[in-house]
Design a binder for this molecule. Structure first.
Ligand code: DAH
Length: 335
């Protein structure tokens, strides 16, 4: 009997079913209710005692092997034949996202200013008239208020969407005594027609430094540092300008150069790019926020993030930055 069982073990060990039906036949023949294994167990009682151990082990080996064969081959048939089966929990190929160019530029600008001690501050997008205009030395009925077209939420008293991040300066000055050295990123709103050069929602970064003895030279050094770090250019020029909240005021251009056709196009043939507005904080602005203009002085600057991003990546239509067309955004994968 032992030899017979060993033969079975050898014989069935080579079994390979061609399909599910053949496997089922095999199972019934060997493991079925009237199968070979069953009769072996029945014969077991006739085995002489001294043989029982060896025969018993051999029968168990055979049974384990048979069960294993059926189990393994059943699995291979079930996966191979179930074409329609799909595992929805398996990860599929994800499209890789990319950072928005406005976020990239925003973060980079804040990082550059952090190296020279500027902390980040933020303020609300819905403001009152005082923080956006009056506290910044725009007198009532002053034509400077017309420089910006405002989205009003309520009139008398006026509640509005801030038209510039200069409003955050006012909050910072109200809440802190100098030294104040902050950069203030945020979204701003203007009631303007949307075109390739302007949008009604965009982003700005405002800068403010107030301490004893801050001078125009400090402003210029700070801006030169920024131009060098961000654009890799160290030549800047300041053109006189006007803002109600700074005196004197200036607009800053960075020298880009005129080496290629693109340079001519983006600088309109001048070689210079306008990057921001700035000036020395008007003493009236300091005083209205309870900072003593006799003791302290400071400078401020403000720039549009979209504008800077357009210069950096040579994007010539601002609308591309708002439409979230993935064909445009995917081009910023690597940054
Ligand atoms: N608030 C100005 C604007 O929206 C930008 C600006 C100019 C901010 C000069 C300043 C500044 O702080 O000093 O156009």
């Amino acid at each position: 009997m032992l030899d017979k069982i060993k033969q079975y073990i050898e014989e069935t060990g080579k079994f390979k079913a061609e399909n599910a039906e053949k496997l089922e036949e095999f199972r019934i023949h060997w493991l079925g209710r009237k199968g070979v294994l069953k009769s072996l167990f029945e014969d077991f009682k006739n085995v002489p005692n001294e043989m029982k151990k060896d025969v018993g082990q051999a029968v168990n080996t055979l049974r384990n092997q048979l069960e294993q064969i059926v189990e393994n081959q059943k699995d291979s048939f079930s996966t191979a034949t179930s074409v329609a089966f799909e595992d929805y929990t398996r990860p599929t190929g994800f499209d890789k996202g990319s950072k928005h160019p406005v976020s990239v530029v925003r973060r980079e600008i804040l990082e550059i200013f952090s190296h020279i001690g500027f902390k980040v501050a933020e303020g609300p997008e819905i403001e009152d008239d005082w923080h956006v205009f009056s506290g910044l030395n725009f007198p009532p009925e002053h034509p400077a208020r017309d420089m910006q077209d405002t989205f009003f939420i309520e009139r008398d008293p006026d509640i509005l969407l801030r038209t510039h991040t200069s409003s955050v300066q006012v909050r910072a000055m109200k809440e802190n005594q100098p030294p104040i050295r902050i950069v203030m990123p945020g979204r701003v709103f203007r009631n303007e027609a949307i075109s390739s050069r302007s949008h009604c929602i965009f982003h700005q970064i405002e800068g403010l430094y107030i301490d004893e003895g801050v001078s125009f030279a400090d402003l210029k050094q700070t801006l030169m540092f920024f131009a060098k770090e961000f654009f890799g250019k160290s030549k800047i020029r300041l053109r006189p300008s006007y803002f109600p909240f700074t005196e004197p005021s200036a607009e800053v251009d960075v020298y880009w150069g005129l080496n290629s056709e693109t340079d001519y196009r983006i600088t309109k043939g001048t070689g210079w790019l306008e990057i921001l507005g700035c000036g020395m904080v008007d003493p009236n602005v300091l005083a209205s926020s309870n900072i003593d203009p006799e003791k302290y002085s400071g400078f401020a600057f403000g720039m549009g993030i979209e504008r800077i991003a357009m210069l950096r990546y040579q994007i010539d239509d601002i609308r591309l930055l708002f439409e979230n067309d993935v064909r445009f955004l995917n081009q910023f994968q690597s940054i």
